[in-house]
Design a protein around this ligand. Structure first.
Ligand SMILES: Nc1nc2c(c(=O)[nH]1)N[C@H]1C(S)=C(S)[C@@H](COP(=O)(O)OP(=O)(O)OC[C@H]3O[C@@H](n4cnc5c(=O)[nH]c(N)nc54)[C@H](O)[C@@H]3O)O[C@H]1N2
Ligand SMILES: Nc1nc2c(c(=O)[nH]1)N[C@H]1C(S)=C(S)[C@@H](COP(=O)(O)OP(=O)(O)OC[C@H]3O[C@@H](n4cnc5c(=O)[nH]c(N)nc54)[C@H](O)[C@@H]3O)O[C@H]1N2
Ligand SMILES: [Mo]
Length: 838
């Protein structure tokens, strides 16, 4: 999976084919259906979009598998029409003098419309200048984001391909989703777990007696996938709901899943960021009642004996019993103990989401959960253990047998002589010369954990600890971002704005006037996925379908495909580069056919598959996804079953080959904020702290009605906005205490910033917990200074601090805020309008 290859960044540098393997898609019907029904696919599913005279009239699921609706599927028209960047723009001072472009005015100044060709020349020239002055480590193109589906028009990879071939760039490691867990889990179980296939849902439904949703909201978060959504997991979720099993939700917020399950779920409200205390108390209870699986601990884990003295308080004088935990987490001690016993005495699947690891010391919750699961002793058995990805991308949907399509790759480093003449691509990473080589040697020194982006921009040269290594931040003077919205997704927006005013140049390809596009110097209008042809897998773990992504409407105004923009940048950058970038001049159909044919070849080689893949032209014409079926093995697959069967032959990828409750590797790092065994640490801000800086704990959970910031500009917003702002969920007693009521406009604030939000009374929250979902477009009242966000962007209030020196993940679910009624005249919302000069 591409997501995983983010981690294996160097691997992505190799392998651009130089062979002109031209595949002529002759006689292919490439015409646009002006009036009719067309199938495509997006993160939120395979779609059937109806058009009339070249305009979209409706959009819905083409699969109709999910038992409940997914509103994200119905707003394709708005996604094509609303808030579009229609032409190429350059910020005024940048255009006047790119050498001294007044970066401090970014986001405040007017834009000037320029000719596409001129902007291409400008970017090529300024990129060269930056590389000459700072080397390739001056260029940041980590460019994180959820972009769109499609294996050809994959904006982030297309950017990397351009940046590699033109001489190299600084990348980033990790992501916002699982920053903490994807680093700690390899130390604990030898794999990242968060992006791995789960024990089959069929297994859970057949064999689990108890299912725990521990900080997970699958009803909501299963609506999307990294490729496209096959909707199967929603079906399993409904089966679970109706299964009669004991189902628990341990969460400060009875979320959409909790409401969907209704009286079939038992909600255990917990204080945010305190789960580790509860898990430790469960471990303590099982230990002291002698009701834990000693065989499993003995044969499958390492270091339990070094963890026990911490658990019992021998090392720090604190006994981690239920009474101790109850004071921290707010869950009754009796309930903690009885849950521990229930989990131990029944076949229990502990399903955890990722919210709790997107918090201060986010390495600890999943490590402690695995420790608890080890004491329960059901890991690797049918229906038991833990799973960190049932809520995401259809995890647990059995993997189908069939073909897998290829995709555009990041290419390899280009070689250039002293005069900037392109000499071709490096054959291997180590054969490169010139700028390419100097960058490659330094690459490992300079790419940094993604969530440290603001810190890196503000503190070039600073050395940080990361997972046993030292990392030096480069001096970044040029940023190119595509397919992401960092001004919305990064924590502590006011600091991020400062950071984004540091580099000399920022280039953004965007379809919409997002806060990030507004903070750029040069904005290229990118087509949306509905204005181009592409192909995608459907089902990140299931690989269930190959779907055609047929263009639905004409390209809007001057917008261009990212592929086109980067091809033109190659032409302007060096002679011969575009030839290589496009693999000898391929267009989107050449690639689509190549990827499809690759999968078809795999399918033809499997004798008993029973699925036919048509010849490409015929398939494209049919406009139907190809469906593959799961196998008997995948239907009943159990994660860790092989390890359980033979822990020596199927050893885990940890130093001991076992589950590490104690890690000597981490011990060697000697970090004060991540010890060698699961540990309870007080978060930077939480409800139990001694001198609380604010009254409420804000959870900026993922939105049911968006994909992050995507779709905020559509009319779906009318269904959830309150007082024309992002809704803020608050308990009626909490609301009463501060004198606000349903529908009120409120100011939410702390020392980091302030936002406007609309009050929605919701009683199923832990005391003093509020929800303000992430992804509302940042909309400052006065962009020239630190000012209130008029739309309710949660990250204005979050903390830009790493989880620990181990993982450096973000801590977006750790933040205290105050709330008061907004008494001034409500300012006009401008989040979705174009900036000055446009
Ligand atoms: N407070 C708080 N903050 C969070 C989180 C949280 O829980 N709480 N969660 C974090 C997580 S897990 C994530 S993954 C991030 C998500 O952060 P992002 O991935 O940055 O969020 P998106 O809104 O999906 O942004 C994608 C952008 O890409 C653009 N785009 C789409 N397709 C294309 C294309 O083909 N070409 C180009 N050029 N652009 C395109 C879209 O218009 C959109 O602006 O947010 C993180 N931020
Ligand atoms: N519809 C939709 N689906 C999505 C996304 C989206 O934006 N919209 N984003 C996708 C992406 S990129 C990602 S990374 C995943 C994110 O998936 P998750 O990270 O699992 O999602 P969150 O909403 O952040 O948190 C899930 C639950 O954890 C709870 N939680 C938060 N903090 C704590 C805590 O300290 N303790 C406990 N016990 N619970 C806590 C929240 O209240 C919430 O109910 O979702 C994916 N799916
Ligand atoms: Mo994410």
């Amino acid at each position: 999976m591409e997501r995983r290859s983010f981690l294996k960044f160097s691997a992505a540098l190799s392998g651009a084919s130089m062979v002109p393997s031209f595949v002529f898609a002759k006689d292919l019907n490439k015409s646009l259906v002006k009036t009719g029904k067309v199938k495509t696919a997006a993160h939120w599913g395979v779609l059937e979009v109806e058009t009339k005279n070249g305009k979209i009239v409706s959009s819905k699921s083409a699969l109709n598998v999910s038992p409940y609706p997914n509103p994200l599927q119905n707003y394709t028209k708005d996604l094509v029409e609303n808030s579009r960047v229609k032409h190429v723009y350059v910020r005024k001072s940048y255009l006047a003098n790119p050498d001294s472009p007044k970066p401090e005015l970014r986001g405040t100044e007017e834009f000037v419309k320029v000719k596409y060709e001129d902007a291409i020349k400008l970017v090529a020239k300024e990129l060269k200048k930056t590389r000459k002055a700072f080397g390739s480590q001056g260029v940041f193109a980590g460019s994180y984001g959820w972009k769109s589906s499609g294996n050809v028009h994959n904006s982030r990879i297309l950017l990397h391909r351009f940046m590699n071939m033109s001489g190299g760039f600084v990348g980033s490691t990790g992501d916002y989703s699982t920053g903490a867990s994807q680093i700690i889990m390899p130390h604990v179980v030898g794999s990242i777990e968060v992006y791995e296939q789960q024990s089959s849902w069929n297994d859970v439904l057949a064999n689990s007696e108890v299912v725990v949703l521990w900080g997970a909201n699958p009803y909501s978060t299963l609506k999307i996938s990294w490729t496209s959504n096959e909707e199967e997991a929603q079906k399993y979720l409904e089966s679970l709901k109706n299964s009669g099993k004991q189902i628990y939700m341990i969460d400060p917020y009875l979320n959409e899943t909790g409401r969907y399950f209704g009286d079939k779920i038992k909600w255990i409200p917990i204080r945010p960021n305190t789960d580790v205390s509860m898990m430790l108390a469960m471990c303590y209870y099982l230990y002291t009642t002698n009701n834990y699986d000693k065989d499993f601990i003995e044969n499958y884990t390492y270091g339990f004996d070094k963890f026990v003295p911490y658990l019992t308080g021998k090392v720090d004088g604190v006994v981690k019993d239920a009474k101790w935990a109850s004071k921290i987490c707010g869950v009754d001690a009796k309930i903690i103990e009885s849950l521990a016993k229930t989990f131990k005495d029944h076949k229990t699947m502990l399903m955890s989401g990722w919210g709790m690891q997107r918090a201060d010391h986010g390495e600890q919750p999943h490590w402690t959960l695995v420790t608890l699961a080890s004491m329960i002793g059901q890991i690797g058995l049918p229906g038991g253990g833990f799973g960190l990805s049932y809520h995401y991308s259809g995890g647990g949907t059995p993997t189908a047998k069939g073909g897998i399509i290829g995709g555009i790759n990041a290419g390899s480093i280009g070689n250039y002589d002293e005069n900037g003449k392109f000499l071709g691509l490096a054959k291997s990473d180590f054969e490169s010369k010139g700028t390419g080589q100097s960058w490659l040697q330094k690459a490992t020194n300079y790419s940094f954990p993604l969530a440290r982006i603001a810190d890196a921009l503000l503190n070039p040269g600073k050395v940080i600890d990361h997972n046993g290594e030292k990392i030096t931040y480069p001096k970044i003077d040029f940023i190119y971002w595509v397919g992401g919205n960092p001004l919305v997704h990064h924590q502590d927006t006011n600091t991020m704005v400062k950071a984004f005013r540091k580099p000399r140049t920022i280039v953004v390809n965007e379809s919409y006037w997002t806060p990030t596009a507004k903070m750029a110097d040069i904005v290229f209008p990118a087509t949306t996925q509905y204005e181009r042809n592409d192909i995608t897998m459907v089902g990140d773990y299931s690989n269930m379908y190959i779907a055609p992504m047929k263009q639905i409407v004409e390209k809007v105004a001057d917008s261009k495909d990212d592929y086109q923009i980067f091809t033109d940048l190659c032409k302007a950058y060096a002679d011969g580069l575009a030839e290589v970038y496009t693999d000898g001049g391929k267009d989107e159909f050449d690639f689509i056919k190549e990827y499809y044919d690759g999968a078809r070849k795999q399918v033809l080689a499997i004798s008993d598959l029973g699925v036919e893949m048509k010849e490409f032209n015929e398939w494209w014409e049919s406009n139907e996804p190809v469906k593959f079926n799961s196998t008997m093995e995948s239907d009943s697959w159990v994660r860790f079953a092989d390890f359980r069967e033979d822990p020596i032959l199927n050893a885990l990828g940890t130093p001991s080959g076992l589950i590490e409750i104690y890690s000597q590797d981490i011990e060697k790092m000697a970090y004060d904020d991540c010890k060698a065994h699961p540990t309870w640490f007080e978060p930077a801000e939480w409800l139990g702290m001694a001198k609380k800086p604010a009254k409420f704990h804000m959870m900026s959970v993922h939105p049911n009605d968006r994909l992050h910031s995507q779709l905020n500009q559509t009319s779906l917003r009318d269904k959830y906005a309150i007082a024309n702002r992002e809704p803020l969920l608050i308990r009626s007693d909490d609301a009463k205490e501060i004198g606000v009521k349903d529908g009120d406009l409120v100011r939410v604030f702390n020392e980091r910033g302030e936002v406007l939000a609309g009050v929605k009374i919701y009683d199923n929250l832990a005391k003093n917990v509020i929800v303000l979902r992430e992804g509302a477009w940042y909309d400052p009242l006065d962009p020239t200074k630190k000012s209130i966000c008029k739309n309710g962007c949660a990250n204005v209030l979050t903390i830009d601090k790493p989880t620990s020196k181990l993982a450096n993940g973000n801590i977006s679910h750790t933040a205290l805020v105050n709330i008061e009624k907004y008494t001034q005249k409500a300012p006009k919302l401008t989040a979705f309008e174009a900036p000055k000069g446009v």
